[in-house]
Design a protein around this ligand. Structure first.
Ligand SMILES: C=C1C[C@]23C[C@@]1(O)CC[C@H]2[C@@]12CCC[C@@](C)(C(=O)O1)[C@H]2[C@@H]3C(=O)O
Ligand SMILES: O=C(O)CCC(=O)C(=O)O
Ligand SMILES: [Fe+2]
Length: 345
């Protein structure tokens, strides 16, 4: 296999998984078919009892299928086909928009990959802010469609995120006034957001590779669209009471987006909502793509446990932090970052 610049691999060309992408079985434990399916709650986010159903799902497992979201299938299809088009561009073109050191956006490996000795079976592109500066380099003569679709998609995702966030806060016992008052939802209009497009080519030996290593997302919440087909998303679920965990498959549903609780909502809820650990496995036949939309607080806003949720006896579990500070902590500590904010052990 010819070597490519910057250790980039064309994953569509391999008949065997190269050593660089073979993961030790300790990381892949019970991978991938052992995962049960159909165990993630489904919630109509404008339906009856939406707040209490969302609340229950966010306590455990920390993820749910959101239906009734109102995002058009046309828009979801456009995002998916543009993601496929982007990743199928020649490598030299994609490298024009590669993620620069210290920058959050661009083409290349996501930050979590630096914590693992092996490469993941995926390509990623992170979009923060105006899509034009990337699109004009990727498609010098035909970038308008990409920009229009991504902008429309981010707007729609923000609406879904805002709705879900409101339901989450209401379910925690805050009333409408408090929800607007604490700033979280009101501030969402100026929230920080990022869109991560992921591409998982079919893999000749899926049991030896991983598409996206196990992690929690750092923001408030993530809204994920995944292409129809084999699926690959799995969430870690505690088996009722036993303390044992197992991976549960979250296959694509045509009517649903997947919502994941992130670290900062775990912190905001003083530990009530579960920042769910998840990963993406790959499969032999299907080239899967996903679009993960991350919502977090605006950069300047320190997020700490909501006063009303702080137990009088226990006090707050975490100290306040901004999203950029927290991303900095994650860069050093990865999945131990939240522990570093704990006020008592
Ligand atoms: C806003 C962000 C969330 C993210 C880090 C980032 O700055 C941009 C990429 C995002 C992503 C996507 C893949 C998984 C993840 C853990 C990673 O390494 O990069 C998330 C990050 C996150 O949630 O912290
Ligand atoms: O592709 C998926 O199903 C998961 C993606 C993901 O976890 C992420 O982008 O943070
Ligand atoms: Fe994630």
């Amino acid at each position: 296999m010819p070597s490519l610049p910057h250790e980039h691999y064309d994953l569509h060309t391999y008949l065997h998984v190269p050593e660089s992408h073979v993961w030790p079985s300790s990381h892949l434990h019970d991978h991938p078919t052992a995962a049960g399916a159909g165990e993630i709650p489904v919630v109509d986010i404008f339906g009856p009892d939406a707040a209490s159903l969302v609340g229950a799902a966010c306590r455990s497992p920390g993820a749910f299928y959101a239906t009734g979201h109102g995002v058009s299938p046309r828009l979801l299809g456009d995002v998916e086909s543009l993601a496929r088009r982007l990743f199928s561009l020649p490598l030299r073109r994609k490298l024009l928009v590669s993620r620069r050191p210290g920058s959050v956006s661009g083409y290349g490996r996501p930050p979590l990959s630096s914590f693992f000795p092996k490469f993941m079976w995926s390509e990623g592109f992170t979009l923060v802010g105006d899509p034009l500066r990337f699109a004009s380099l990727l498609w010098p003569h035909r970038h308008h469609f990409f920009c229009e679709v991504m902008e429309e998609y981010m707007k729609e995702m923000k609406k879904v995120g805002e709705r879900v966030m409101r339901l989450m806060l209401l379910s925690l016992g805050l009333d409408e006034e408090e929800v607007d008052g604490i700033g979280a939802v009101a501030e969402l209009a100026r929230a920080a957001e990022a869109l991560q497009l992921n591409s998982y080519p079919a893999c000749p030996q899926p049991e030896r590779a991983i598409g996206m290593a196990a992690h929690t997302d750092s923001g408030f919440l993530t809204v994920l669209h995944q292409s129809a087909g084999a699926g690959g998303l799995q969430v870690l679920r505690e088996d009722g009471g036993s303390g044992l965990c197992r991976w549960v498959a979250v296959p694509p549903r045509p009517d649903a987006l997947v919502v994941n609780v992130g670290d900062l909502f775990h912190l905001l809820s003083n530990g009530r909502f579960k920042n769910v650990r998840h990963r993406a496995v790959v499969n032999r036949f299907d080239h899967r793509v996903s679009a993960a939309y991350f919502i977090g607080p605006p950069d300047h806003l320190k997020i700490g446990p909501i006063n009303k949720l702080v137990d009088m006896g226990l006090g707050p579990i975490f100290r306040p932090v901004t999203w950029p500070e927290y991303l900095g902590l994650r860069t050093r500590l990865f999945d131990k970052a939240l522990d570093a904010l704990k006020l008592h052990n």
